[in-house]
Design a protein around this ligand. Structure first.
Ligand SMILES: Nc1ncnc2c1ncn2[C@@H]1O[C@H](COP(=O)(O)OP(=O)(O)OP(=O)(O)O)[C@@H](O)[C@H]1O
Ligand SMILES: [Mg+2]
Length: 429
């Protein structure tokens, strides 16, 4: 972000302390505008308009902001000691009188101004440029997301509570049940429907640190390294306990589908088994194992035996309340008006979380392109969102097509009973 003047910095602090104080935010936006920083002003105004969609002053400022020319290249590329150049700006021009506003860049910058809610930790800290970091794998400290942040999906939450959280939360119960509580939970379901999100929320519920690794990152082309990586992950978790180890893309261990390129895969699976079997020992107190996969039928059966990843949880496409909360999240910093989230949720049945994120982007693009074309600035409305919804088909369809076969012909031990029930309910079976 570009350097703030002291006044703007103070105002930002004040706004951060009182995020709902609209006049304060508008004042900040106006100052930013006067400094020729239309992009930053748009971001503030978008937030203000969320609170007071009809406010005249906010709207006028927004019109000014999106009609104002960019001060310069995006801030990241800007050379540091640049003079602010209000004299060049044509702030106050009627909207649409300039064709040079870079909509795409502005959208991106608006996104940048909003800190990401979930920090995507790279699975592995790059040891080369961070020799001071003792842990080879990145651990997120506790806090952040809780189950309450997961919109809807009440049945998933209930099952989690009963099968996983309640016994773990309670140390008395833990002691009482001892060994029968070891073992982890395997989340499965179509892509983009919240497995990773829920895993992080579980860590939040347990007040545990979160160590997320993609199994693909564990796999190393050097023989022996994958096993060592696997062991190091669990060692890291033990040091950081209480800690949730989240093994994403578990199927990459490809138990059933042998991958000739990876002769050492068997050893890596064995190493994981060793670590999992050790989970009930005293050294592993406070280490919880979660794993996720889109293709549970490719997961090595040995990993699913009792005491290992012996419980499964099906994570389905978001239900209506979940869609509402996903949509709310993705629209919260965009300049929208009169959005009926309940109606939109109804119109997006079957879409995954990832599809919904895409929908919000597509709707924003529509409004922006339209504004650019007509020269009249307008906010993102239901028309854009419903229009975008019509054009997006659920990305989970292919997944259900293969899941259907597996559920019908390979439902060993009733593992896919939940899936079958869902498919029947949706008349997909
Ligand atoms: N119930 C929900 N409430 C709020 N946000 C949700 C919910 N379900 C999913 N999301 C959001 O949807 C997006 C996709 O979810 P996530 O990445 O967890 O899916 P995934 O199942 O792990 O996907 P993949 O199989 O691609 O790894 C995320 O941005 C997540 O925050
Ligand atoms: Mg995921």
């Amino acid at each position: 972000m570009s350097e703030d003047s002291p006044l703007i910095r103070s105002l930002r602090t004040a706004v951060a302390a009182a995020p709902t104080d609209v006049p304060l935010r508008l004042h900040l936006a106006e100052l930013l505008l006067n400094e020729g920083r239309a992009d930053a002003a748009v971001a503030e105004l978008a937030v203000a308009l969320q609170h007071v969609p009809g406010d005249d002053q906010a709207r006028q400022l927004m019109v000014r902001a999106v009609g104002a020319p960019q001060q310069a290249a995006p801030p990241a590329e800007r050379s540091a000691p640049e003079r602010s150049a209000p004299e060049q700006s044509t702030v106050g021009q009627p909207p649409g009188s300039r064709g040079r506003f870079d909509w795409r860049a502005a959208e991106q910058q608006v996104q940048d101004v909003v800190p990401p809610r979930f920090v995507e930790t790279p699975a592995r800290a790059d040891g080369a440029d961070d020799p001071g970091d003792a842990e080879a794998w990145d651990v997120e400290r506790p806090g952040g997301v809780r189950l309450a942040d997961v919109g809807g999906m009440q049945d998933v939450k209930d099952r989690l509570e009963a099968a996983f959280l309640a016994p773990l939360r309670n140390p008395e119960l833990r002691r009482l049940y001892g060994k029968s509580l070891r073992g982890g939970l395997l989340l499965y379901g179509p892509p983009g429907c919240g497995k990773t999100f829920i895993a992080r929320a579980i860590a939040g519920e347990l007040g545990a640190a979160f160590l997320s690794v993609s199994v693909n990152d564990v796999l190393d082309m050097w023989i022996g390294n994958s096993e060592r990586n696997m062991h190091e992950i669990f060692q890291t978790a033990r040091r950081q306990a209480p800690c949730v180890v989240f093994l994403d893309e578990l199927d990459a261990l490809g138990g059933k589908r042998s991958r000739s390129a990876h002769g050492g895969m068997r050893n890596t699976v064995n190493q994981l088994l060793t670590e999992l079997d050790g989970i009930d020992s005293a050294a592993n107190e406070g280490v919880f194992v979660l794993a996720a996969t889109n293709v549970p039928w490719d997961v090595d059966n040995a990993l699913r035996r009792p005491g290992r990843l012996d419980r499964t949880l099906l994570v389905l496409p978001p239900d209506a309340p979940a869609r509402e909360s996903i949509l709310r999240y993705h629209l919260r910093e965009r300049p929208v008006e009169n959005v009926d989230l309940a109606r939109l949720a109804k119109a997006t049945d079957g879409l995954s979380g990832a599809d919904l994120a895409h929908l919000c982007e597509a709707a924003a693009e529509r409004a922006l392109l339209d504004s650019a074309r007509t020269g009249t600035v307008r906010l993102i409305g239901m028309k854009d969102l419903l229009g975008a919804a019509k054009e997006i088909s659920p990305s989970t369809d292919p997944w259900f097509a293969s899941a259907r076969n597996v559920a019908m012909f390979a439902n060993e031990g009733g593992m896919y009973d939940d899936l079958i029930a869902y498919l029947k309910k949706r008349r997909k079976l």
